[in-house]
Design a protein around this ligand. Structure first.
Ligand code: FAD
Length: 281
């Protein structure tokens, strides 16, 4: 039995931990558009990129007044930035491509926010990054101490975790991963959720009542974090108390994701600061 195994799940940075891991990162750039600019769509609109195969721009309604326009897949061989930005050319490309399918062309004035990142695709030889597999792999480092799990998708994260745990268990013993039989938090039916805001039921499922219950001492937390925001005050409190948000960035950018629209983020900062301050007091 080996002394120790470290699991390297560092995504596009996996090669900095195990130099034998070969990745071909691709950059994804998304812009956030006010749904009214697209006449409030209720389904995704996918527009193929002219002259290319397996490449398209998608417009996906989030259900709260926003549409995410993105799914570019550009091979990227520069240094991997911790916080990549959406370039002007990328934004124009997204808007121009989508506009081919619209009555009115979208412009930069319709864009409320932007975000970008890198997909950790495994280098499996030739072809464009769009042709590379999105299946994950578990790779062993040359000295056997590291297992790298890389190459998957957000939608396959449970399978990635299961395979990584089972590989470690195969080396060191212990129970195999129980992920496949564990319902997601919020997925268990726990009876009626009457009187709970519909948004909370949609976002938190069977946890919705518990989230709404955080407003027991301050009913104002059931109101939007600012006028017109889809996000309710209790969602911020839940993010701090039960989703491990460490600071305001963590809360606004990663839990409730208001940070994708900078102007809205600024309007939510005061409440977020108050909630953190109140809990620390
Ligand atoms: C713009 C964009 C849109 C996407 N949309 C979708 C989608 O709609 N559906 C889908 O299925 N997939 C989507 N993807 C792909 C998906 O995001 C990735 O495939 C997925 O996040 C990979 O998961 P991962 O756990 O391997 O890596 P990551 O999610 O990148 O996680 C790696 C983590 O390791 C941390 N880390 C790095 N180095 C270190 C270190 N030295 N020590 C400690 N921690 C470290 C990083 O901070 C990061 O949190 C999208 C990707 C992008 C860029």
């Amino acid at each position: 039995m080996r002394a120790r195994t470290v699991v390297n799940a560092c995504g596009v940075w996996a090669g900095t931990i195990d130099r034998s891991v070969r990745l071909r990162p691709s950059k994804g750039a998304h812009v956030v558009v006010d749904a009214r600019a697209l006449l409030e769509p209720r389904a995704a609109l996918i527009t193929p990129v002219l002259g290319e195969s397996a490449r398209w721009v998608g417009a996906t309604p989030t259900g709260d007044g926003r549409v995410i326009v993105g799914v570019t897949d550009d091979a990227f061989d520069g240094p991997i930035d911790d916080e990549p930005a959406v370039g002007a050319a990328e934004e124009d490309f997204l808007l121009d491509t989508l506009s081919l399918a619209l009555q009115r062309s979208l412009t930069g004035a319709d864009v409320l926010g932007r975000y970008a990142g890198f997909r950790p695709l495994l280098d499996t030889g030739g072809g464009s990054t769009a042709d590379l597999s999105r299946s994950h792999s578990i790779l062993e480092s040359p000295d056997g101490t590291l297992l790298t799990v890389v190459g998957g998708k957000l939608t396959t994260y449970r399978r990635m975790a299961q395979d990584a745990v089972d590989r470690v268990v195969a080396r060191h013993g212990g129970p195999r991963s129980g992920t496949a039989s564990q319902p997601l938090i919020g997925a268990c039916a726990r009876g009626a959720t009457t009187g709970v805001p519909a948004r909370l039921v949609r976002r938190y499922g069977s946890e919705a009542e518990a989230v709404a219950g955080l407003a027991v001492h301050d009913r104002a937390l059931l109101e939007p974090v600012f006028a017109g925001s889809p996000v309710l005050g209790v969602e911020l409190l839940f993010g701090i108390l039960h989703e491990g948000a460490m600071d305001i960035d963590d809360l606004l950018d990663r839990r409730v994701r208001l940070g994708v629209v900078p102007a809205e983020r600024r309007r939510a900062e005061a409440l977020a600061t108050d909630l953190f301050g109140g809990l620390a007091a």
